[in-house]
Design a protein around this ligand. Structure first.
Ligand code: 13P
Length: 249
């Protein structure tokens, strides 16, 4: 299986900047084609990125979406709109959304369900805070997030899901965790998936995120416990992000 690499641009990179970025990033396409690469720009930038990525093998996705089909939800974007834009995946429950927008596990589980209903792969993001890790509660917290985030999946026939383990204390800090710690949590997540999705658990890719860069990336992706990465800061630099992907192939 190709390694999964998702670039989360967060609230950075305008449409104009994306054009310049892709001019550099798409230069060595043969490298990018050996991984499953997806870029997640800010919502209004998706059409520009989609137009430039069409036919390259690099996919695009969204950092978020609402769980309802349509309706009076000012400022929100639906999965149907993302599907219309050709999004391959959508991040559900990123820790920044849990923290700043108070997203609950219930809302996140509905997003996961709604994404699948529109043939978009939900990337369920889970991870403990520093205080939770210090208090040795990281396992309990992550088990709960995986259980609750997947609780509406039993009715979904063609299951496609990715789980991203992103310890909050490693995000944007430049301080990634030890690969062994990430593998340990990935194994724990796999055991919860076996319990909640008995038939599809083995095929759900688990990826790591949190201060991944072109130097440390290869140490996380072992092709067994962890099959890819979710990258923030390093994905903002097209050359470094390209180098990061090259490390995995
Ligand atoms: P950084 O790579 O900047 O730590 O961000 C990780 C992240 O939040 C990706 O979703």
């Amino acid at each position: 299986m190709k390694p999964i690499v998702i670039g989360n641009w967060k609230m950075n990179i305008t449409s104009q900047e994306a054009k310049v970025y892709l001019g550099t990033f798409l230069r060595k396409l043969e490298v990018l084609k050996q991984a499953e690469v997806t870029l997640c720009p800010a919502g209004p930038v998706i059409p520009t990125v989609a137009q430039m990525l069409e036919g390259t093998g690099v996919a695009w996705g969204s950092q978020n979406a609402h769980w309802e089909e349509r309706g009076a939800f000012t400022g929100e974007v639906s999965m149907e709109i993302l599907q219309d834009l050709g999004c391959r995946l959508v991040l559900c429950g990123h820790s920044e959304r849990r923290k700043w927008f108070k997203e609950s596990d219930f809302e996140i589980s509905r997003k996961v369900e709604q994404a699948l209903a529109h043939n978009i792969v939900p990337v369920l993001c889970v991870g403990e805070t520093f205080d939770e890790r210090k208090a040795q509660k990281h396992e309990v917290v992550v088990i709960e997030q995986v259980r609750k985030g997947t609780e509406r999946l039993s009715n979904i026939p063609a299951l496609a899901l990715i789980v991203a383990y992103e310890p909050v204390w490693a995000i944007g800090t430049g301080q990634a965790i030890e690969p062994e710690q990430a593998w340990e949590m990935a194994r724990l997540i796999r055991s919860v998936l076996r319990e909640v999705l008995p038939s599809g658990a083995e095929s759900v890719p688990i990826i790591y995120g949190g201060s991944v860069n072109e130097i440390n990336v290869a140490s996380f992706v072992d092709g067994d416990a962890i099959s890819g990465v979710l990258v923030g800061g390093t994905s903002l630099d097209p050359e470094k992000f390209h180098q990061l992907i090259a490390q995995l192939i």
